[in-house]
Design a protein around this ligand. Sequence first.
Ligand code: ZN
Length: 97
Amino acid sequence: MTRPEASETCRALHVAPLQRDYERLTWQEATPRADRIRVREHTCSCRNISYELCQAGGLVFVRRIYRSDSVVVHETDWLQVGDAERLWMRILLGQAY
Ligand SMILES: [Zn+2]
């Protein structure tokens, strides 16, 4: 039984290819606005760009982490849980970037 190597090493989520009519999101500089931020879900760090669904108190936002020579972190607006979860799904499906 042979398996592609990726399935051995990548157990996290991977973002689908960007859809043709994707929604362009507004990404802001990440600012420390809360002491405790809990990462609820994250995409695989095998890609240059990975995402984290973060919760701080009652608000949720998505963090985008771009790794090249350095690490650049942006985040979306902080949203109500339902809105943020819908946004997270759209990002995973390649419908928003
Ligand atoms: Zn991976």
